[in-house]
Design a protein. Structure first.
Length: 154
């Protein structure tokens, strides 16, 4: 029931009543959709989310985590080397690196230091600003996951 200009009571017809029920439902659904879409994009802007990534790599170095926005700065990859192969000399820069040896054996060559042999399962830590190489010294594939993260100075 509504008031009209002449101050007389006016009863809405059936079609107006139906529309008055449909419009709020329709606008409510649209509002919810807009809110959820905004929440989805805002959540993406808030930072990284948990991930599960299969360890699949044909050969060589296969990136897994590539840094921001996927992570807060950590990078990771899966490496598979044939007997006698190496990844090549490189440096950690301002990062620290951990190698999680899954299969095989090899040597971590550290510039200016003794080499560090390892056999799976093993973990190898490389400090920041360290030039190094990883070589497969075994008779089977060497497989490992590396994790590189920004180092915090004490």
């Amino acid at each position: 029931v509504q008031w009209n200009e002449g101050a007389r009571l006016r009863h809405p017809n059936r079609e107006e009543t139906k529309m008055s029920r449909i419009l709020p439902i329709k606008w409510t659904r649209i509002s919810i959709a807009v809110f959820l879409t905004g929440a989805f994009f805002a959540a993406g802007a808030q930072g990284p989310h948990p991930l599960s990534i299969p360890l699949v790599c044909g050969h060589g170095d296969c990136p897994l985590l590539k840094g921001a926005p996927q992570t807060s700065g950590m990078r990771s990859g899966y490496v598979r080397l044939q007997p006698g192969e190496s990844v090549g000399w490189h440096t950690t820069g301002t990062n620290e690196e951990t190698l999680v040896i899954l299969r095989g054996q090899g040597t971590a060559l550290i510039e200016g230091q003794e080499s560090r042999p390892f056999v799976a399962p093993a973990l190898v830590y490389i400090p920041p600003a360290t030039r190094h190489n990883v070589q497969n010294t075994g008779q089977e594939k060497l497989e490992y996951v590396y994790v590189v993260a920004p180092a915090k100075r004490p």
